[in-house]
Design a protein around this ligand. Sequence first.
Ligand SMILES: [Zn+2]
Ligand SMILES: [Zn+2]
Length: 504
Amino acid sequence: MSVVDVQAGCFRNLLSFSFRKKRSEREKNDVPTKSARRPTELPVVQVPEAKLEESERPGLSVKEGELPPYANAGFFCAHSNAQAYADLVKPPAYSSCELGEYFRPEVLETIEDTLEKLNPALRELSLDILHHPEIQWEEKRTHDTLTAFMSSHGFAVTQHYLDLPTAWRAEFTHTSSSNADAKLRVIGVNSEMDALPGIGHACGHNLIAIAGVGVALAIKAALEKHNVPGKVVLLGTPAEEGGGGKINLLDGGAYEEMDACLMCHPSPGPPNYVSIGPSLACQPLEIEFFGHGAHAAWAPWEAQNALDAAFLAYSSVSVLRQQIKPTHRVHGIVSGKDWAPNVIPDYAKMHWIVRAPTWAELVALRERVKACFEAAAHATGCKLTLKAGPGYYDLRQNTPLGEEFAKVVKDFGVNAQFDEGMAASTDFGNVTYALPSLHPCHTIPTKPNGANHTPQFTEAAGTPEAHAKTITVMKGLAATGFRILADGEFTAQVKKAWEEQMIE
Ligand SMILES: [Zn+2]
Ligand SMILES: [Zn+2]
């Protein structure tokens, strides 16, 4: 066998080559053959179980096998999760908004009646979406189901809106003869649709989908019954979980005519609680390291190791995390193809997500993270390519809209607070930068450590209790949306507040 043959062959060929070379020497010296000496099993090493001694800490005892309960408060963007949980167990009194009489109580009655009648159909719709999860940009069935539902309830529907295969638009306009020529105000509502790979509707977007439908239909009923002119536009917004569907819709002008836009999101947390807080700005990054493959034992010096580059990048980011703010997040994964331990990988791919409380902070943090990838490429001699995915802006909740919503849901026993918000991100943040918007996060009953993006949350999103909590939120959003259409003075306040929030 020539040297060239060995290099072109597999690990087995290489072994047989070196083994054959030495056999004659062994035979000469009467040394046992390699196969006779090779143990069939490695000796078992007993590792003693480590015992963690901890002093008793009252109030923080956890049963064996359970994570501490304050892990549930992880969605709140607080400096200390434990403190955040302690604060939330006893929700603070209203501080940021004064609650008074809400706008036109008779309209709220219409909204309540409408949602009560729709309740069984909305429940059916929610379970149908839950049991047929579709990931980002593949929400075909959900698109068809929801557009058929809106059509059958008197909305003008545009399927595959703006050439996005799973986006849609449903609109309803009510004009009254007295002011047929006046410019109508427009309220926007969003229905999310996408699930997560492998774990279904683990972010509860089935509940968001039906919330959008319920809010739009309740506003329609109120406009008709109380003869108030106005337009409701419900957008079916695909690909929230990383695809940035709302950014495509924004770029295509879908939000341009809206005076304000509303949606909601389920989350874990204390019962009957709604968080009206910010979320983190977010930027996905796709990194590729291109190296040169080689035999891992025969000629490792010929290689540029792309897997090493990925591990160096991972380690560098891990070290960087110690020097970033507690409100910042950097997290990622590494993947490759056709890897084998005896071949030095010539390619590695990484997906990272960088998050910070504002887009401006994110841009600064992103540069520091980028330096980690560049350093890894330099150290290993690999080529680096870096692609930035859709950037999600932080969520800027409109204060008057939030106060109006809080007033209404308080009547249903729900405590809505302008709090620290969530340490997650949404493409609705970009909508809040473009126009006055509201995105309350309402709590639904969840199992311990079963927050968003876990299979336990998928289960929670299908319970009758979660459905009931979402119906209450629909009442608050529909009443708030109706006021935008019916009360010009309120809409002016909402717009003024948005302008002020955007120059902060
Ligand atoms: Zn999610
Ligand atoms: Zn979500």
